[in-house]
Design a protein around this ligand. Structure first.
Ligand code: MSP
Length: 658
């Protein structure tokens, strides 16, 4: 039997947002996994794409005065341009507007409808428009007031005929499956989260939207007044793009997917909705759903609505693609959240790339040139015990590395490789080839050079999936053709006798501190956003806001931020957080809870009754366990304090500020 293709997917990204390093991270991770599998000699298939239907896309297009498909066509071009710049080697880019995808979704719907697994019902329920989902009475009653348990925004009751997928029927089967397949949901903590979710009775899933409310979607094959719920449509991409049901030869080669790589934000939809959909279709489940953590900046998840996103290209342009890839995978423990900052980037770059790896190559090759005319000579016998140690270590590291890379634990894999890099640098110091040369110990000298050269060759092979553009140069500088041995065949001693190395090229020039300072100065003035996000309100003086041509935004974009007048009705200190105040504010009739970092600048008492300006449509965030549903605006004062932004005379409560 043929070996199964390694099939990996990324989420298909919403075609209404600009992609940032969060999205780039998932996609680069899939790319790294694929390059590793190829280096193992395996066949691979890498799927990414765009999620194009639904209310948000329809609204975004409307705002721009164009049709949804014109809008998504443009977005898709941008996605593809970014992936090209990041040299993402996907095999297929699926669009949910592709005819083949639509046909596949309709086939699935019809099949489940005919099996009685999709049924019609009258439905009255609580509906969250931004999340495009219904909530049960019970689910909403766990939260204070009628707000969406997910996004914490107000929800409304809606009654209408709809179609439902009998998700509840598969609850027990799913729990059993998760328990009997330890690798199905990873990491372990996410698996437990899903099992916790499944402790509650699972409802059925509303899979239709009446066209009168939303027309931008795939029409139901059994009722032309309805379109398909966007998640049901989107999740099916993983099989539609693999050929289901119209190219079953391809499908059988690819399915089940080896990995669905996702961020933790979309864990439930994948592990519960998607798994039960597959069970209903009697198809095998993916081997692993891997939910990684978030990249965090400014105290919160990087996201467009918070305004704290980092453009991957700014980093790639400044530091190079491989250094960027290296940083992402060295820094993030795959599965947990990680803070992104330019400082940590520069620190990591200097320590691991400039000092350790770059230095290893740059100090070794000139020594080989000076003392052995650039030739590596292979020895028959080993003289130094340190050499034996390094050979053993390399082999053990290769084994661990393969396991970690197979498991997508990239930071673990890199950690092990850097142990070898460190050991090789130390080996040079310990055995001091310059002294061996002075004392005419030629055999010893050759052993040291060969060991380090072979060590570099090993390292280059192992690092290549993560830094695919720069490792060929390492191999070339050693004097080898730029081809790589498949990893299972990689063995110590393959560096041919009499290989002649080249003069080293500068690889990872050190970034010095003044450059970091410059970077800070360059980056800071973007917007007065340090005062923006509630988790971030800081007592530091605000940087002066300046705008370059590239920063300018359209009026419509500005109008997406809903600023309004809010009145503080209560305020209290947050326990064990000396910078934070918990506020209750009124916007017209609506009450909201906020957390603001202003405790060092205002007492709770002086705030009560004050009118402030607040961002109303900011995604809620949990700060110290308290849900913050918006953000109040403040600006830095000359003495390093903070001043709340207020209307100059009493304004109407809840009125829009524009
Ligand atoms: N369209 C859905 C997915 C449907 S898949 C059948 C969607 N799209 S999205 O554009 O919002 O992308 C979400 C994904 O982007 C996350 O799951 C994650 O892969 C990536 N990230 C977005 N922000 C992120 C961070 N701040 N950090 C890390 N990755 C995150 O959800």
């Amino acid at each position: 039997m043929n070996k199964k293709t390694f099939y990996i997917t990324t989420p298909i990204y919403y075609a209404n947002a600009v992609l940032h390093i969060g999205h780039a991270f998932t996609t680069l991770a899939a790319d790294t996994a694929v390059r590793f599998q190829q280096a193992m000699g395996n066949e691979t298939f890498f799927l990414t794409g765009s999620d194009e239907h639904g209310q948000k896309v329809e609204q975004a297009a409307k705002l721009r005065g164009i049709t949804p498909i014109q809008h998504t066509d443009e977005m898709v071009e941008k996605f593809k341009a970014l992936w090209k710049k990041l040299d993402i080697q996907f095999d297929h880019f699926v669009r949910t507007t592709d005819e083949s995808h639509k046909k596949s979704v309709q086939y699935i719907l019809k099949l489940l409808f005919d099996k009685g697994l999709i049924y019609e019902d009258k439905y009255q329920g609580w509906y969250c428009t931004p999340c495009e989902r219904f909530w049960t009475e019970k689910e909403t009653s766990i939260t204070e007031g009628k707000i969406c348990p997910d996004c914490k925004r107000p929800i409304e009751t809606i009654e209408e005929k709809n179609y439902f997928f009998r998700m509840s029927k598969f609850q027990t089967q799913l729990i059993e499956y998760i328990n009997s397949h330890p690798n199905f949901i990873r990491p372990e903590s996410r698996k437990n989260e899903v099992l916790g979710f499944l402790n509650q009775p699972l409802g059925d899933l509303c899979v239709s939207r009446p066209k009168k409310r939303l027309s931008w979607g795939i029409e139901l094959p059994f009722d032309s007044d309805y379109v398909t719920y966007v998640w049901f449509d989107a999740l099916a991409n993983y099989i539609s793009a693999a050929g289901y049901p119209y190219d079953m030869d391809k499908f059988n080669k690819l399915w089940p997917a080896s990995y669905h790589l996702i961020g933790k934000d979309i864990l439930t939809t994948h592990s519960v909705y998607w798994s039960t959909m597959l069970m209903a279709l009697e198809l095998p489940l993916p081997e692993t759903i891997f939910a990684h953590g978030w990249w965090i900046t400014g105290g919160g998840k990087m996201s467009k609505s918070v305004g704290n996103v980092v453009d991957p290209l700014s980093f790639v342009d400044k530091y190079g693609l491989d250094a960027f890839r290296f940083f992402l995978f060295r820094e993030m423990v795959f599965g947990t959240d990680c803070t992104f900052s330019e400082e940590s980037f520069v620190y990591r770059y200097n320590a691991d790339l400039a000092n350790d790896l770059g230095n290893l190559l740059q100090r070794t090759l000139p020594l080989v040139q000076r003392y052995r005319e650039g030739f590596f000579h292979k020895q028959k016998e080993t003289i130094f015990p340190q050499t034996t140690e390094i050979i053993k270590m390399s082999e053990a590291i290769k084994t661990d590395y393969i396991k970690s890379m197979n498991d997508l634990m990239f930071n673990e894999a890199l950690g092990r490789i850097w142990e070898l890099v460190g050991r090789l640098n130390k080996y040079i110091d310990e055995l001091a080839p310059w002294t061996l040369a002075k004392n005419q110990k030629i055999n010893e000298l050759d052993e040291v050079f060969y060991t380090v050269g072979e060590g570099i060759r090993f390292v280059a092979h192992l690092v290549r999936p993560i830094m695919p553009h720069q490792m060929p140069s390492f191999i070339k500088q050693l004097g080898l053709p730029e081809t790589f041995t498949l990893l299972p065949d990689l063995q110590w001693g393959q560096l041919p006798d009499n290989t002649k190395c080249q003069t080293p090229e500068p690889m990872f020039p050190r970034l010095d501190t003044p450059r970091i300072e410059n970077l800070k100065a360059e980056k800071q003035p973007e917007k007065t956003k340090t005062q923006g996000a509630p988790q971030e309100l800081s007592p530091k003086p605000a940087p002066v806001a300046t705008s370059t041509e590239a920063d300018l935004i359209e009026y419509d974009d500005f109008m997406k931020t809903q600023l309004c007048i809010a009145e503080v009705i209560s305020a209290a200190k947050v326990e064990k957080a000396d910078k934070l105040l918990q506020l209750k504010v009124k916007i017209g009739e609506e009450e909201r809870s906020l957390v603001a970092g202003i405790a060092q600048h205002y007492t709770p008492e002086e705030l009560i009754g004050k009118q402030v300006v607040m961002v109303k449509n900011l995604k809620p965030a949990k700060i110290r366990g308290i849900v913050s549903q918006g953000m109040i605006l403040a600006a830095g004062t000359p003495d390093g304090g903070l001043a709340l932004v207020q209307p100059s005379k009493p304004a109407i409560s809840g009125v829009r500020v524009k």
